[in-house]
Design a protein around this ligand. Structure first.
Ligand SMILES: Cc1ncc(COP(=O)(O)O)c(C=O)c1O
Length: 383
């Protein structure tokens, strides 16, 4: 049977049909009042979900474009930033900082561990000329959720911009841009916001705006001065042609999140993640991420000895039409990842674990079927 592929990946995530169909609407021109209210409503709904009453701008890009926008607009060449690396996406900020001729100081953690406030404090003591700190909110390569609230408390009143990559975290996990003292928070449409890829998001505190006004940005397309000017026009818009169809889908998805209630969605993802973690352990598998750092966005699972993660991903995909994610970088040989965000529920999770069990049996790891699924069912019945 030629089935649609179920995406159990941490982005893009599984989307529902209303959101996908919204993208098929006839286009509206982005410089007219046919489009502007939709643009403005997306911005105001996103501000609610970022928990900010500051400026929020949209880019036409994936998350990396929004990360690049944050770096390109906020620092002069040669300025020092502290780049907290808890995995591949933390490292990406360091690479982007190099590309824009900044002087990034990497603060590296063993993969699977979360960042600690005391280490950030030490680095700031050693380097009083640091002008910004970048931290990944939810590190998708390692399954680590960083404690932005504690870091933000520490950074409050310090003369550094606090920047987060919230690409896989915002919309999926409780997040409070203003209360946690963030200056720049970026995200993208294809993960927690349950829409197709193509829209980047960047929210800015007043001091982030003041700094960008002082920086001679070396990017053109991503120069936020254009974005601010265009958002303030009588017909607010992007500076360039936006991904209009993706915006239609994003609008539909944001209205849905609001209708359901974002807190309920967080609780739903938490229940899925708890059940998944329980069933993984019941299967005799272990979780890669340190227990104090696990996230409800995805679970990173150590592959049993003698089996390559690619074999599991391939078997579940080719035989059953479910896509899991392999490991990134040096974890490519060691782990596979299952997402618990997206337009998914108990139905998809039970299917996924059942099919994973079949795959693990075929690959010679499991003798008896049903242990993981039973644990999952028990966990759901107790929630
Ligand atoms: C935490 C995080 N940051 C950044 C990115 C990069 O986003 P994109 O692939 O949308 O450019 C991702 C994508 O997986 C991510 O999970």
């Amino acid at each position: 049977m030629d089935l649609d592929i179920l995406l159990m990946t941490p982005g893009p995530v599984q989307l529902d049909s209303e959101v996908l169909l919204a993208g098929a609407r006839p286009l509206r021109h982005h410089r007219t009042n046919d489009f502007a209210p939709l643009y403005s409503e997306c911005v105001s709904l996103l501000k609610k979900f970022f928990k900010t009453n500051k400026r929020l701008l949209l880019t036409t890009s994936s998350g990396t474009g929004a990360m690049e926008t944050a770096i390109a607009n906020h620092f002069h060449p040669g300025e020092k930033i502290l780049s907290v690396e808890t995995g591949a996406f933390g490292e990406r900020f360091t690479q982007i900082a190099h590309a824009f001729k900044l002087n990034p100081i990497p603060l590296k953690y063993p993969w699977g561990h979360r960042a600690k406030v005391e280490d950030i404090a030490k680095e700031l003591d050693k380097n009083p000329d640091i002008k910004g700190v970048t931290v990944t909110f939810n590190e998708t390569s390692t399954g680590v959720r960083n404690d932005l609230e504690s870091i933000g408390k520490f950074l409050k009143n310090k003369d550094v911009l606090f920047i987060t990559d919230g690409v896989s975290g915002i919309g999926a996990l409780p997040f409070e841009m203003d209360a946690w003292n963030l200056d720049v928070a970026i995200s993208a449409s294809q993960k927690g916001f349950l829409a197709p890829p193509g829209v980047g998001m960047i929210a800015l505190s007043e001091r982030a705006i003041a700094k960008l006004q002082a920086v001679d940005c070396s990017a053109y397309y991503f120069n936020l001065k254009h974005y601010i000017k265009n958002q303030d026009l009588p017909i607010p818009s992007y500076p360039w042609t936006p991904a209009i169809s993706v915006m239609f889908s994003l609008h539909e998805a944001l209205k849905k999140i609001e209708r359901v209630g974002i807190e309920k969605i967080f609780a739903h993802y938490h229940n899925l993640a708890e059940a998944l973690r329980t069933s993984v352990k019941a299967l005799g598998l272990s979780i890669f991420t340190q227990p104090d750092a696990v996230s409800d966005v995805l679970t990173v699972i150590n592959t049993p000895p003698g089996i390559h993660p690619k074999q599991i991903v391939k078997e579940v995909h080719d035989s059953y039409g479910v896509l899991l994610a392999g490991g990134q970088d040096h974890l490519a040989e060691k782990v596979f990842r299952i997402a618990t965000i997206g337009a998914i529920g108990e139905r998809e999770m039970i299917g996924t674990i059942g099919l994973l069990e079949l795959a693990l049996k075929k690959l010679g790891y499991l003798k008896d079927l049903g242990v993981g699924t039973t644990a999952l069912l028990k966990s759901f019945s107790q929630q």
